[in-house]
Ligand binder design. Structure first.
Ligand SMILES: O=P(O)(O)O[C@@H]1C[C@H](O)[C@@H](CO)O1
Ligand SMILES: O=c1cc[nH]c(=O)[nH]1
Length: 299
């Protein structure tokens, strides 16, 4: 790694010191199994995204990028797939799926952070590599989040605790953002844009679409909403950024959200491109992050 800093993952939960045993229920990893836990000690990058398939392909791609040499028959040095989530580890890179939306994501992140602490990981970077709708941004462009707003336009991840609303501030490491942006090359067939990300609880009404199963507003309301987002310097919409940036900040892990635009919401409701093009768009974010990881590992 280029940096000589040494930041162990240390979770701000004193109750964890007093558990006899602990089991990551949704990842299906027993934290008292030292053989499994020790496999994660070298993790420096955790890359997350919605689906298991995408995370498996991502791990294989990043494994090639960093010349990961698998031992035995497996293409990974650890992997799991269960009813909820899937994870694929290639050396210092662990790719994990999170499903749709912040409730699904936050369960996975709590357990992932506990695994990183138990494995005594240091200097970990978390990157969500996803898809999004652009706001005046054309498909294929990669948007790196400079902040995330709740559906109420606030810079928080809103959740609840003991029946009370909890607002966790979202925070972005601009060094990481700038370093990721700097990984674009002139010959790339895509642009990289920095901007705020609007994080919603729903894909249809939550993102101002007219084509959900019900809709109580007009096309003019939709236009005004999308214009408002643009004026707030929002450049993309997705469903996990606020929780990623707030939860990582809360536990002291640096994080970024890097998403490929698959539809410009000022032009259309849903993606209109072919499946092959959509796949190529998703790869743009992956290419950028792959270069960043190589650079950070001095490869
Ligand atoms: O992981 P991806 O990029 O697929 O996540 C985005 C945000 C929602 O989870 C989902 C909606 O289609 O796509
Ligand atoms: O428009 C979009 C595209 C991907 N993901 C979203 O949440 N919204």
């Amino acid at each position: 790694m280029a940096s000589t800093s040494h930041h162990p993952v240390m979770l701000p939960n004193k109750h964890l010191d007093h558990l006899d045993s602990d089991y990551l229920f949704h990842l299906d990893i027993p934290l008292n199994d030292s053989e499994i836990v020790s496999k994660f000690h070298n993790v420096k990058f955790v890359c997350i995204g919605g689906t298991a398939n995408r995370m498996e392909k991502l791990a294989l791609h990043l494994g090639q990028e960093i010349n990961f040499q698998p031992t035995g028959n497996s293409r990974f040095d650890y992997s799991f797939t269960n009813e909820r989530y899937s994870g694929f580890k290639v050396g210092p890179v662990f790719c994990v799926s999170h499903g749709i939306g912040t409730p699904s994501l936050s369960v996975m992140l709590h357990e992932l952070f506990k695994l990183l602490q138990k494995a005594s990981c240091c200097d970990v970077t978390l990157i969500r590599i996803g898809t999004c709708g652009g706001i005046g941004i054309s498909p294929g462009t990669v948007v790196i989040s400079t902040g995330a707003l709740t559906s109420g336009f606030e810079p928080f991840y809103t959740t609840s605790s003991l029946g009370k609303t909890l607002k966790l501030p979202t925070s972005v490491d601009m060094n990481l953002v700038n370093s990721l942006q700097g990984c674009r090359r002139d010959e790339d067939g895509f642009q990289v844009v920095l901007g705020k990300t609007y994080c919603t609880e729903d894909f249809y009404q939550g993102q101002g679409r007219l084509d959900g199963s019900f809709c109580d507003y007009s096309k003019a309301d939709q236009d005004a909403f999308l214009r408002k987002l643009y004026d707030l310097e929002v450049r993309n919409i997705e469903m996990e950024s606020a929780a990623v940036l707030a939860m990582a900040h809360k536990v002291g892990i640096r994080a970024a959200v890097v998403c490929s635009v698959i539809v410009d919401r000022l032009q259309a409701e849903l993606p209109t491109e072919s499946r092959d093009n959509l796949q190529a768009f998703q790869n743009n974010a992956i290419v950028l992050v792959g270069r960043h990881i190589r650079q950070r590992l001095n490869l």
